[in-house]
Design a binder for this molecule. Structure first.
Ligand SMILES: [Zn+2]
Length: 243
């Protein structure tokens, strides 16, 4: 019996806003997948929240990482240390950053913006950069470089959705008619919104990627930032993507 578990966990954004994030667990017979892993120090909380919904993290077989940002990957080193059998899946592009063969794009962005900041802002930016530099590499076991079907958890498709980050991926669940967007889209009080322009490296490409969701039989969309959106999601998708 498959289940989709949408977690809802408090999160303080980089701008200091108290909000929440939604990692998703797709539970299957042989495989169970966590999509995005929260921030550093999250593991006990994640375990407790999953346990409250009758899921034991011990049963996880795979973590799908939608992209390199720390709010999606910061919790992963602790998860892998406690459950070393878990495999990590990411896009071939993001693998390079996750394994620290390439400089994090957020770090590059912050370094580029540094001359534009006030002295006080600069102190904060440098602390942020140090935090990014100190992040351990995350080994990626499986990669995709195009839309890829897997027959676990009632059937999933990993959809390549560049824009927010160049190697961003999202997940479609056939069984639950759900798209798990990562940061390809956001939601605000149940209303679907575009990717966050402040953090999206290529908005035009992101829009094009989000239009791919229209190809699927979708009844619900789960945004890492904003949670579950139901109703006429295709109508809203068409509005947002101009399709
Ligand atoms: Zn994010």
């Amino acid at each position: 019996m498959e289940r989709m578990i949408v977690l809802n966990m408090p999160f303080t954004s980089s701008t200091g806003e108290n909000t929440f994030i939604c990692p998703v667990i797709l539970e299957g017979e042989a495989e169970s997948i966590l999509i995005d892993a929260g921030v550093e120090g999250f593991l006990d909380f994640l375990k407790e929240e999953a346990g409250r919904l009758s899921f034991d993290l011990q049963n996880l077989t795979t973590v799908i990482v939608t992209h390199q940002d720390f709010d999606h990957t910061g919790g992963l080193p602790e998860i892998l240390a406690r459950y070393p059998k878990i495999r990590v899946l990411a896009s071939r592009i993001e693998k390079e950053y996750l394994e620290k063969r390439k400089k994090f794009l957020r770090l590059e962005q912050s370094e580029r913006n540094l001359p534009l900041l006030s002295p006080a802002e600069r102190v904060e930016a440098v602390a942020y950069q140090e935090m990014l530099k100190a992040r351990p590499p995350i080994p990626v076991d499986l990669t995709v470089s195009e839309d890829t079907d897997f027959d676990c958890c009632g059937g999933i498709t990993v959809i390549v959705t560049p824009g927010h980050m160049p190697g961003h991926i999202s997940v479609y669940s056939k069984k639950f008619k759900a798209v798990i967007t990562g940061d390809a889209l956001t939601a605000d009080r149940g209303v679907l919104q575009s990717a966050n322009p402040a953090f999206t490296l290529d908005m035009a490409l992101s829009k094009k990627s989000a239009a791919k969701f229209l190809r699927y039989d979708v009844e619900q969309i789960i945004c890492y930032h904003g949670g579950i959106v139901t109703g006429d999601v295709k109508k809203r998708l068409r509005e947002l993507t101009g399709q």
